[in-house]
Design a protein around this ligand. Structure first.
Ligand code: NAD
Length: 496
């Protein structure tokens, strides 16, 4: 075994974590896990069913009510989260290698955006544990003479949180859910995506090592339609935190609605990138390339619709095509690679089908047709020009891959109308040094986040979430603390 493979093996866990026990599925069934760069299986994890989910939720429920957790002072929860961040970094290289083997992303991305950003999120949320507060309220109730009333609120944890996450940032998405949930004193049952369960399992193990009481964080592997659906429907789960596709989000939202269960939904996107004519075409092209090609386009805020002012349209597109043509596609473990494989065979077929739809719909393919490695799930970064602004599937459907459609514009009101002409509203970026344009466009764009002269930038202190079909609720910052707690009012009367 080479050094990378043996380091990676130290982090590989292939059982579910319930309480402090590593378990097979009760049915004994398993799900194979693949390396997308080779298409070969690297592990098998339990295919959890409703029975396994029930066991995990009951375990989480007991842990939530146990004095070891519910009576733990906030400062002690803070210390546990800080310790978990330290352990994440101490085991960072093995975790990054495991993530790249399982998801395909560049090793540099795994180091920076899974382990590095993961530790940053844990530390940020650790700080919130000691800053959760309610308010004191004056009341106007009619009271008998000689009595007065007062009231206060407390923010209390909701109970057991069911967290369901996608495969594009497997470790970071897990941390985005568990860090605020645990900072607030909840217990969690985490269900990672069936494609990428490995780093979430190791995260569960590190949480035990950090000193979280067993059962406070459980990791159940399994399929969405069985384990995921059972978690959503479980009566002892008090909140669902979901990141994934709009289609599944809609389904989960309807089940939660019927069961009167709070739910936060971070869903899909079709984010516009708008380049004004005061930009240097080379800088704009670089920005547009990063907006769509980061993480192989498997980013919910990927800048997949590019609107460039007519005056610099040709210059930006030719530079963008050059950048895309120059990208080396290959294994995420190789130092020279700019873009790794897509996550799965199924996803590769979907992305290829959408590229074909662009050609059929009459877009001009500027790059992306060159050969890719035979084995593994590779596509080349692909740029389409759509100078006549024809309607096409690629303009409405989320690809979740490195595929961009570019169009010219001349009028700002018109480009805002085009950018907003989408069921999605997750992110948008504006590229200009004109303050008036930046302010006016950021006010008019229907998106949960509008970036100016950058794209895809997220921060633990910035609320993140979508307008329209891109979701409900906000993650990070104070918004996350609100969403993982509920207000309890205490009202008292006393003699004057
Ligand atoms: P997906 O919706 O197919 O799966 C996401 C998770 O939901 C997986 O864990 C899956 O097992 C589970 N799931 C599937 N069916 C379920 C069901 N019936 N009940 C309960 N759980 C179920 O999405 P995906 O293909 O894994 O991820 C890609 C999608 O995620 C894209 O649409 C992307 O935009 C979105 N995404 C959004 C954000 C955001 O923050 N807004 C971030 C990353 C990804």
């Amino acid at each position: 075994m080479d050094t990378q493979a043996s380091e990676c093996a130290t982090a590989l866990r292939d059982k579910m974590l319930i309480g402090s026990e590593w378990r097979e599925a009760q049915s004994g069934a398993t799900i194979p896990v693949f390396d997308p760069a080779t298409g070969k299986a690297i592990a098998c994890v339990p295919d959890g069913s409703a029975a396994d989910v029930d066991h995990a939720v009951e375990t989480a429920w007991r842990a939530f009510r146990s004095p070891a957790w519910c009576a733990m002072p906030p400062a002690a929860r803070e210390r546990l989260l800080l310790r978990l961040a330290d352990l994440l970094e101490a085991n960072g290289e093995a975790l990054a290698l495991l993530e790249t083997r399982n998801n395909g992303k560049l090793l540099a991305y795994s180091r920076m955006f899974e382990v590095g950003a993961g530790a940053q999120w844990l530390r940020y949320m650790a700080g919130w544990a000691t800053k959760i507060s309610g308010s004191t309220l004056d009341l106007s109730l009619p009271l008998p003479p000689g009595r007065r009333a007062s009231a206060f609120t407390r923010r209390v944890p909701v109970g057991v949180v069911g967290a369901i996450i996608p495969w594009n940032f497997p470790l970071l998405m897990a941390i985005w859910k568990i860090a605020p949930a645990l900072a607030c004193g909840n217990a969690v049952v985490l269900k990672p995506a069936e494609e990428t369960p490995l780093t979430a399992l190791r995260l569960g193990e590190l949480a035990l090592e950090a000193g979280f009481p067993p059962g406070v964080l459980n990791v159940v592997t399994g399929r969405g339609e069985s384990a995921g659906a059972a978690l959503v429907a479980h009566p002892k789960v008090s909140k669902i935190a979901f990141t994934g596709s709009t289609e599944v989000g809609r389904l989960i939202g309807s089940v939660c609605g019927r069961n009167l269960k709070p739910v936060s939904l971070e869903l899909g996107g079709k984010s516009p990138v708008i380049v004004l004519d005061d930009c240097d075409p080379a800088i704009a092209a670089q920005g547009a390339a990063e907006a769509i090609f980061f993480n192989h386009g498997q980013v919910c805020t990927a800048g997949s619709r590019l609107y460039v002012h007519q005056g610099i349209y040709d210059a930006v597109l030719s530079r963008l095509a050059e950048i895309a043509d120059g990208m080396v596609v290959g294994s995420g473990l190789a130092a020279q690679t700019h873009m790794g494989p897509l996550v799965s065979q199924r996803h590769l077929q979907r992305v290829r089908g959408l590229i074909d739809s662009g050609i059929e719909d009459g877009a001009e393919r500027l790059c992306g047709a060159a050969a890719v490695p035979d084995e593994g799930y590779f596509v080349r970064p692909t740029v389409f020009a759509n100078p006549d602004r024809r309607p096409m599937t690629l303009l409405t459907e989320e690809v979740f891959g490195p595929v961009l459609v570019a169009m010219p514009f001349t009028d700002l009101a018109d480009v805002v109308a085009q950018a907003n002409n989408s069921v999605y509203g997750l992110g948008a970026s504006v590229w200009t040094n004109r303050l008036d344009a930046a302010m006016n466009l950021s006010a008019s764009l229907e998106a949960g986040t509008v970036w100016v002269n950058t794209h895809n930038m997220v921060d633990p202190n910035l609320p993140f979430g979508g307008f329209k079909d891109s979701g409900i609720g906000r993650e990070h910052g104070a918004a996350a603390i609100d969403s993982y707690t509920t207000a309890k009012a205490v009202c008292l009367t006393y003699a004057q």
